[in-house]
Ligand binder design. Structure first.
Ligand code: ZN
Length: 181
């Protein structure tokens, strides 16, 4: 699926910008996923995951970037645009990419849990749908993957510590009054 006609250095440059967006999500305690949309060599939409912050399942990085790019172009059609995302799009975002008629999708880390640009399904290249995007996978995979892995490692650590603290509360302190004796 890799297309050699594209400049890999340029793809990496824009993927780094998507990674910058992903780090903004991390700062909010959100799963670090970022996205930028490029038109004629210019970034016209940026987004990062804000699902918990916004209390909205629609607040995925790609959807937010698509909204902004559409505003800039004054058009829901994003023909001629390339979308860079640090993690392979989920079914919802892959559907939005297809609907927005985005020319090309450049993906960082693959997702075996929800990836719909080839891993589980391939919505963005489904011949039965109206529009198919060109897909370039595996751009800056180590950086994109590491950001996610670090986040989940920290989350597990925090959850474990919180559970330990809660467990501590359930043990009555020495000399504490026994409520039912
Ligand atoms: Zn999504």
């Amino acid at each position: 699926m890799q297309n050699d006609t594209h400049d890999i250095r340029e793809d990496e440059r824009f993927m780094r910008q998507a990674l910058t967006q992903a780090r903004k999500a991390k700062k909010l305690g959100e799963v670090p996923i970022g996205c930028v949309i490029v038109c004629d060599g210019r970034v016209i939409g940026r987004g990062y995951n804000r699902r918990n912050t916004d209390h909205s399942t629609l607040s995925h990085a790609e959807i937010r970037a698509i909204r902004k790019a559409s505003k800039v172009l004054g058009d829901w059609r994003l023909e001629g645009c390339t979308l860079y995302c640090t993690l392979e799009p989920c079914p919802m975002c892959a559907g939005a990419i297809e609907q927005a008629r985005i020319d090309r999708v450049v993906i960082g880390a693959p997702s075996d849990k929800s990836g719909c640009a080839g891993s589980i399904l391939n919505i963005v290249q489904c011949e039965k749908l109206m529009h198919q995007s060109e897909v370039t996978r595996d751009v800056l995979v180590p950086e994109c993957r590491e950001l996610l892995q670090d986040f989940f490692r920290d989350l597990r650590k925090r959850t474990k510590n919180a559970a330990r603290k809660d467990a501590g509360k359930m043990v009555p302190a020495e000399g504490a009054e026994k409520p039912f004796s």
